[in-house]
Design a protein around this ligand. Structure first.
Ligand SMILES: Nc1ncnc2c1ncn2[C@@H]1O[C@H](COP(=O)(O)OP(=O)(O)O)[C@@H](O)[C@H]1O
Ligand SMILES: [Mg+2]
Length: 223
């Protein structure tokens, strides 16, 4: 393994984010190693979404810094190495499930047959391949979320950041979907950070980090 393979995929150092005079958090230190699975929990409004956006490089820090030692140094190529999954599946309703998964690959210039193979592979990984040709409105909420996860996985991302990916699902489906997400990211050798308010979802991941009301991080459990 080269040093780049072992290097942290994302590292936050003394990170602080404020919106105007509202400080969401400050002085956060966090490192996500290759292969690790992190649950980020904390009350609604504690800053989970804000932290994920900062870790994705989509929100500039107010103080401190975020770096990606194990990812490409070119910001454009680095963006392609980071996959995001959001709470609402946000699929294009007029495209089939497979076409939705293929879309970002096609936009990145991948040829049609390669994108199709990668898209089908990702749908298989999260056990929703039987819905490949269905339109999103024909699918259940759980299936739609699996398709959105497949879309985030299809690009072979080194780091996947998921924000309440099971927020729109009932308990039983939430558990299944987060396990499918965890196992698919692990099989691809990537790292996963899931922001969730659901302790049962957090419990299936290796490492649990809590944002306290004071905006500090604490490590709750490691298994
Ligand atoms: N774009 C924004 N402008 C102003 N305040 C924001 C913005 N985004 C989030 N906040 C505030 O930052 C705090 C953390 O929000 P958020 O990261 O969404 O928390 P969580 O995801 O844990 O529910 C909240 O008080 C929220 O109101
Ligand atoms: Mg949030």
């Amino acid at each position: 393994m080269s040093d780049t393979d072992r290097a942290a995929l994302v590292r936050a150092e003394s990170l602080g984010v404020s919106f105007g005079r509202t400080e969401v958090f400050r002085d956060l230190d966090l490192e996500v190693a290759p292969g690790s699975q992190v649950a980020l929990t904390g009350r609604s409004g504690s800053g989970k979404t804000t932290l994920l956006l900062a870790l994705a490089g989509l929100l500039p820090p107010s103080t401190g810094r975020v770096s990606w030692p194990g990812l490409d140094s070119d910001p454009h190529r680095r963006r392609a190495q980071v996959g995001m999954v959001f709470q609402a599946p946000s699929l294009m309703p007029e495209l089939t499930a497979l076409e939705n998964v293929m879309l970002p690959l096609r936009l990145r210039g991948m040829g049609r047959s390669r994108a199709r193979a990668a898209g089908l592979g990702a749908l298989v990984d999260v056990a929703v391949a039987d819905a490949a040709d269905a339109l999103p409105p024909q699918l259940s909420g759980g299936q739609q979320q699996r398709v959105a996860i497949a879309r985030a996985l299809a690009g072979d991302h080194r780091l996947v950041l998921a924000d309440e990916p099971t927020g729109a699902l009932d308990r039983a489906h939430a558990h299944d979907v987060v396990i499918a997400l965890r196992d698919a990211v692990a099989a691809a050798g990537g790292a996963l950070v899931v922001a969730t308010h659901d302790p049962e979802v957090a419990a299936v991941l290796q490492r649990q980090i809590v944002i306290s009301d004071q905006g500090h991080l604490s490590l709750r459990a490691v298994r």
